[in-house]
Design a protein around this ligand. Structure first.
Ligand code: GLU
Length: 417
């Protein structure tokens, strides 16, 4: 969500270039993997509640489908543009490969400020998006899901519109639906639950002694709020939280349940909450803590603030929160960074479980979802950390090498490159 100084797609491409070089892939392979295979944009007129019409821009990028149908969320954000969507679709490709799911990568979105939309305008926008994009979406082609500022209700409206157009039931065309219409149990907090598995594994392997750790979390939506809740319930000390409008620090620990209630009651705002000192979102990133969890948007950790970060562990639950310059500083300072494409892959993993359940039309218990998710997150972390140690590279470099090599192999056996 940043200006051209940090063009997210150029940064995503630089990671691909580096992984291709480390893997000694051919120039054709590199050229193919650094670009989306397909993309579509649409102009979406929307009738507002007051009778006026506003025109929105919608996107869907199908980055790569060598390993299976494209998969990835839909983001509604005021600064969304084709390059943010390309970057996010690129990251989804590596994320599904790291998680070893039989899926490719895609992403979509609408440039809009959801806070300015009423519920009925949101419903009309969801349905209009589906009317514009339904031809390129299907269970075996491209499957959207929630992301920043979209949620199960929006997925439900979109599914309903899709099925109305097609005249058949197609529950697997979209994931993150409410359980009442085929959504998986455990999907809504899957990214946070997966993040908890990762924190446990890092602690175990690197002996960080996190029992008394202090956590700072940026972002208080589904993912940030979700991990704050899980950490708090497991006795973790959450010392800093921040939503888009306000952030707070309390060295003695924030009452997360009260913060969640406040946020819900105040239309996704924390401004006016009274448990702790008011800080800026920038101060949150550099506050006194052991574990920093960016769980909002991309490129918040930069060359400007990386030296001031106090955490010894950064778990990227947002997509792309760290610029390459900041990453370099963290590596140099010995701060462990668990990269987004591993750390936040719990969400898409349970989306995959949802697709499996929709296909066989048999639904798992919450316990089964958690067991399978934990097994996959643990296994992905262990193989990456073994690879990082063996090749003397960072977890991010190991993640990119593994993901890019899996996707390249699928492209190669198909005879594409
Ligand atoms: N939006 C989530 C992500 O960035 C989930 C995507 C999905 O479930 O398809 O990973």
């Amino acid at each position: 969500m940043t200006g051209q100084a940090h063009n997210p797609f150029h940064i995503a491409q630089s990671h691909v270039d580096r992984a291709c070089a480390m893997l000694e892939l051919s120039d054709a392979e590199r050229q193919f993997l650094r670009e989306p295979m397909r993309e579509m944009q649409a102009t979406i007129p929307l009738r507002m509640d007051d009778g006026s019409t506003r025109v929105f821009r919608g996107y869907r990028v199908q980055y790569n489908n060598a390993r299976g149908p494209c998969k990835g969320g839909l983001r509604w954000h005021a600064q969304e543009n084709i390059d943010t969507v390309r970057a996010l679709a690129c990251w989804m490709t590596w994320k599904t490969a790291i998680a070893d799911l039989p899926l490719g990568g895609g992403k979509g979105g609408v440039t809009c400020n959801p806070r300015e939309l009423s519920n009925s305008e949101k419903e009309r926008l969801s349905r209009a998006y589906m009317r514009a994009f339904h031809e390129i979406l299907s269970v075996d082609r491209d499957v959207p899901a929630p992301d920043v500022h979209t949620n199960p209700q929006i997925m439900a409206w979109m599914l309903d519109e899709y099925e109305t157009i097609k005249g058949h039931s197609h529950p697997g065309v979209i994931t993150g639906k409410p359980p009442a219409i085929g959504g998986s149990l455990g999907r809504s907090d899957a990214t946070s639950y997966g993040g908890m598995c990762i924190i446990r594994e890092v602690d175990r392997e690197m002996n960080l002694r996190l029992e008394r750790a202090k956590y700072a979390i940026q972002g208080f939506g589904n993912v940030g709020g979700g991990i704050a809740k899980l950490l708090h319930e497991q006795g973790g000390l959450v010392v800093a939280i921040g939503a888009e409008d306000a952030a707070f620090y309390n060295a003695g620990g924030i009452d997360v349940h009260r913060a969640l209630e406040y946020y819900e009651r105040n239309a996704m705002r924390l401004g006016g909450f009274d448990d702790g000192d008011v800080i800026s979102n920038d101060e949150l990133l550099t506050c006194q803590c052991d574990v920093l969890i960016p769980a909002a948007v991309e490129h918040v950790l930069t060359r400007q603030n990386a030296e001031q970060v106090k955490a010894k562990l950064i778990v990227e639950l947002a997509n792309g929160p760290t610029t390459p310059a900041a990453d370099h500083v963290f590596n140099h300072r010995g701060i462990i960074v668990v990269p987004d494409i591993l750390a936040n892959s719990g969400g898409v993993t349970v989306s995959y479980f949802e697709q499996v359940q929709n296909t066989i039309n048999y639904y798992w218990s919450l316990e089964d979802v958690h067991t399978q998710l934990d097994r996959r997150m643990t296994c992905a972390f262990r193989s990456l950390s073994a690879m990082a140690a063996e090749k003397s590279v960072s977890l991010r470099e190991a993640a990119y090498m593994l993901a890019v090599s899996r996707v390249a192999e699928a492209c190669r056996v198909r005879g594409w490159v």
